[in-house]
Ligand binder design. Structure first.
Ligand code: GRF
Length: 197
């Protein structure tokens, strides 16, 4: 199984998956990083691990359908089987979505279906969870479909929310779980233990 990553920022989840592949706990080959942000830390991580990367964004392709085509071509040219969204802040184009139907994974830093949807990304999610008084949060790995954060859920990890938590302390607790949950879920897909539709 060949993995293609889409990332915009630090790429710590991508790193956890690269580590899993290198250590043999994930039976898959990291094939390509597609990144929209030339300053993303994910690009350094890809370079260090020897994984090819391409910068594709609104500057390289001002026309959105052309950008969609270019991203799809890059993934196909490197024979990617499974697309891993790892902190990717851009919308997935319709061509990529239909060509890789049920083969695009995302991780969301809350227990979907709660705290998902428009505007629920990054620290906004943890702010909303802390403000709501919930006693539990976590991370969700799910398939991507046309509606943000609404594709089928594949796995979740739970963490407590403490009464003295700030969005920042909660984020750290959730992120530590993300780094276990995402590689473990991909390992199960690669081994056939989780079968995608
Ligand atoms: C994570 O919190 C993830 O849940 C969300 O974006 C963040 C990515 O962080 N989708 P990183 O780039 O993997 O460090």
């Amino acid at each position: 199984m060949r993995l293609g990553f889409l990332a915009s920022h630090g790429g710590s989840n991508m790193q956890a998956i690269l580590d899993g592949c290198a250590q043999g706990s994930i039976d898959a080959t990291p094939a390509l990083l597609v990144c929209n942000n030339p300053k993303a830390g994910a690009l350094d991580r890809a370079a260090k691990s020897g994984m090819p990367a391409q910068i594709l964004n609104g500057k390289t392709h001002p026309d959105p359908p052309a950008l969609d085509t270019a991203i799809l071509k890059a993934l196909r040219d490197t024979q990617v089987d499974l697309v891993i969204l790892a902190g990717y802040m851009k919308k997935i184009g319709p061509q990529l979505l239909s060509s890789y139907q049920n083969r695009i994974l995302n991780i969301h830093p809350a227990l979907l279906p709660k705290f998902g949807g428009q505007g629920m990304f990054g620290m906004h999610v943890h702010e909303a969870v802390v403000a709501s008084g919930e006693t539990e949060s976590g991370a969700t790995v799910h398939l991507i479909n046309e509606v943000y954060d609404e594709g089928p859920i594949l796995a979740q990890a739970r963490v407590p929310v403490h009464t003295d938590d700030t969005p920042e302390t909660l984020q750290l607790r959730v992120l530590a779980q993300e780094h276990k949950l995402y590689p473990a879920t991909i390992a199960k897909i690669a081994s056939g233990q989780i079968q995608l539709p």
